[in-house]
Structure formats: structure tokens, C-alpha cells
Design a protein around this ligand. Structure first.
Ligand code: UD1
Length: 363
């Protein structure tokens, strides 16, 4: 019996681990262990996703909570090292690009346990972004690099990664999206906010570069109020952003901007799938909107997911108010055609399980 330890911790991890955990459940000779770092800890940021995706209660909770990058990373490392020493996994599976991803990969690799990275190879080429550091370190160390798209393979090859470590498996978040879309009925939205299908915009904002400095967040909210005068803007607010808005005394629900609490997966999926346009600085939402065929304007200067621009519905518009408004009007008048990249087909987790199976067979 071989043991696989899966690491989750922050909100965007749960929808990526869930289909992998499920696909591996069906493979004989494997014991699976779910480790929750607790990087996110609010019910709305973590607990609800474990239940919605039918994941088991984690066998270990590291309870690391919030902190500076060094503190958070160090706490995951200390806790996860103990888990690895006690449970001796044969493989550690990490997903995405959060601090927990990098921390667990460093620990596993130093203990001689191979790590498999789901969503490997993405690069924004912007090292001011904490996630970019996490991606680079994780991919440097992980032995099995499971990529969502050809651009990710090219990034890894350009960094000198041996081709036999790279496996293009497609986008695992799309597996989760396709699985749950039939349950994401519009009634879920209507119960929370008064909007009509395709007659509202969804906004998410949580990147430190957009929300941590007051003048930037103020400028962004001013643009959103201008957009809100044209079409209601539904804005589920991340706790990082909520804290900044509270400090600014930003009035809730004014000028067509409707603030809500963070949503669970099904509520949020019903919100985004029925939206006219998505405005976001999230990485995951750029992919989800492409998979849904919903136009997306990315409120950042770059993206680690260029495939959503080249083969999807995304445009990287930056943070200049005039540029955001111009792109919004353009997307309202002529939305980009829906397109979905190759291997974003709902079967990525099966390909991941195949790659893991092959990797764990004695060579
Ligand atoms: C983290 C990830 C980011 C990911 C995002 C998704 C890193 C470096 N960043 O950013 O890549 O896109 O998660 O949400 O790993 N807080 C709560 N409750 C929680 C969690 C956080 O109130 O359950 C508040 C705390 O005040 C905390 C702040 O949000 O200080 C930021 O949380 P943190 O985990 O540091 O980073 P995120 O911005 O969530």
C-alpha cells in the first residue's frame, strides 16, 4: 500500500484537489491522506468547500492561519514536516501557487519524498507577485509537473526542466466546474442579490497590488461605480479587501455596486455562469470564465494564464480607469466568442491519476 498526502490550505486549493482525490480513490493499492494547512480558516474561505466537494475531513489540520509570508510559510513547513515524519507518504500532491503549495513542496523534497505539482508551469514573469515566487520554487523542486496548457510546458522547458518531468494533463479546475455546473441554478443568486441573468457584472478583487494601497483601491471602486451606473456590479468581498474597504469607510451597496460576503462554490458558480461580464484580478476566475464562455476583463498588468486570452474569453486590461471603462463598453457591445482550450474537458483528474500511477510504479 502506497500513501499519497494531498495538501490544501487556501480557498483556491479545494476545487483542484477534489477531482484528483476522487480519481485516485478508484485506484487500488493507494491510501490517501488529506492535510489542511489552515492558511485560510474562515468557514466561507475553507470549511464550506470541504463539504461542497465531498472531501473527507482532513486527517491533519495544521492551523497556521494568517501572517507574513515568512511566518505563514514557516508554520506550514514546521507542521507539514511533522506530518510527513509520522505518516511517511510516498508522494505529496500540491496544487496552485499559494504559500502552502511552496512550503509543503520544500518540506517533502528535503525529506526525499517526491512532490507532484498540479497546475505547474504557469508564469506571469512578475516577481513582485508572491505567487510567482511560489510557482518558481515549487516547479524547481517537484518531480512530477502536471501542466494545464502548452504555454506552461514551454515555460518549464525554457527553464531547463527535463521533458520527462512534464505531463500536460489539462485544467483540473474545469473538471470541478463541469461537475457542479448543473447544480448551480440561478435561484441561488436570486436568493442573495436582486439581479437578472446576464444583466449584471461580477467583480472580485483581492491581489495585494490592487487592494492594499488606499489610492489604488479607491480608484478601482470609483471605476466600479461608473460601471455600476450601467449594469449592477455584484462584488463578493474577500476578507483582505473587506478590511481595506472598512478602513476607507467605503459605503456598502452604493452606486450600483452590491457588496456581498464571500460565497461558497455553488453560489459563486451560479453567479459567474449567469453574469454578462466578469471583472477580476483572480487567476482561477480567468480560467473559469473561459470555461463558461463568459467574457472576462482581468484587472492586472499581466497574467500567468495567457491561454485564456489566446484561446478563451479573457482580456488583460490593466488598472487604468479609462482603459477599464473602454474595454467594458467594447465587451458589452461585442463580446469575445466563447472558446475553450484543449484538454479543458473535465477529464484532467483522470490524466493526473494516470500520470501518478505511472510515476509510482517501480521503475
Ligand atoms: C491567498 C494566496 C493567493 C490566493 C488567495 C485566494 C498566497 C501568497 N496568497 O491570498 O495566491 O489567490 O489566497 O484567496 O498564498 N483572512 C481572513 N480569513 C481567512 C483567510 C484570510 O480573514 O480565512 C484575511 C486575513 O486578514 C489575512 C488576509 O485575509 O491577513 C489575507 O490572507 P492571506 O492568506 O495572507 O492571503 P490572501 O490574500 O487570501
Amino acid at each position: 500500500m502506497k500513501t499519497i498526502a494531498h495538501v490544501v490550505g487556501a480557498r483556491p486549493n479545494f476545487m483542484k484537489i477534489a477531482p484528483v482525490f476522487e480519481a485516485l480513490r478508484r485506484r487500488p493499492g493507494l491510501r490517501q491522506l488529506l492535510v489542511n494547512t489552515g492558511q485560510h480558516y474562515d468557514e466561507a474561505m475553507a470549511g464550506i468547500f470541504l463539504r461542497e466537494f465531498g472531501l473527507p475531513q482532513p486527517e491533519r489540520d495544521l492551523d497556521v492561519g494568517s501572517g507574513s509570508h515568512a511566518v505563514q510559510t514557516a508554520k506550514v513547513m514546521i507542521g507539514f514536516e511533522q506530518v510527513c515524519l509520522e505518516t511517511r507518504p510516498d508522494l505529496v500532491v500540491v496544487v496552485g501557487d499559494v504559500n502552502s503549495t511552496m512550503a509543503a513542496t520544500i518540506v517533502a523534497t528535503k525529506l526525499g519524498i517526491p512532490a507532484a505539482h498540479v497546475e505547474a508551469g504557469l508564469r506571469s514573469n512578475d516577481r513582485t507577485m508572491p505567487e510567482e515566487i511560489n510557482r518558481i520554487v515549487t516547479d524547481r523542486l517537484a518531480e512530477l509537473l502536471l501542466t494545464p496548457s502548452a504555454d506552461a510546458d514551454a515555460n518549464l522547458l525554457a527553464e531547463g526542466v527535463a521533458p520527462d518531468r512534464i505531463h500536460r494533463v489539462g485544467n483540473v479546475m474545469v473538471d470541478t466546474l463541469f461537475r457542479f455546473l448543473p447544480q448551480a441554478k440561478f435561484e441561488r443568486v436570486r436568493d442573495r442579490v436582486r439581479v437578472e441573468p446576464k444583466r449584471y457584472v461580477v467583480l472580485t478583487l483581492h491581489r495585494p497590488s490592487n487592494v492594499d494601497e488606499r489610492h489604488r483601491l479607491t480608484a478601482m471602486m470609483n471605476v466600479m461605480q461608473t460601471i455600476g451606473a450601467r449594469l449592477p456590479v455584484v462584488f463578493p468581498v474577500h476578507p483582505r479587501t473587506r478590511a481595506r474597504l472598512d478602513e476607507m469607510g467605503f459605503a456598502a451597496n452604493g452606486h450600483g455596486v452590491l457588496l456581498t460576503e464571500p460565497m461558497g462554490y455553488l453560489d459563486f458558480l451560479s453567479l459567474t455562469s449567469n453574469a454578462r461580464i466578469v471583472l477580476t484580478d483572480s487567476g482561477g476566475l480567468q480560467e473559469e470564465s473561459t470555461a463558461l464562455g463568459v467574457p472576462c476583463l482581468t484587472l492586472r498588468e499581466n497574467t500567468e494564464r495567457p491561454i485564456t486570452v489566446i484561446e478563451g474569453t479573457n482580456r488583460v486590461v490593466g488598472t487604468d480607469p479609462a482603459a477599464i471603462l473602454a474595454a467594458f463598453d467594447e465587451f458589452m457591445a461585442s463580446p469575445p466568442p466563447p472558446r475553450c482550450p484543449a484538454l479543458w474537458d473535465g477529464r484532467a483528474a483522470i490524466r493526473i491519476a494516470d500520470a501518478i500511477d505511472a510515476f509510482m510504479k517501480p521503475r
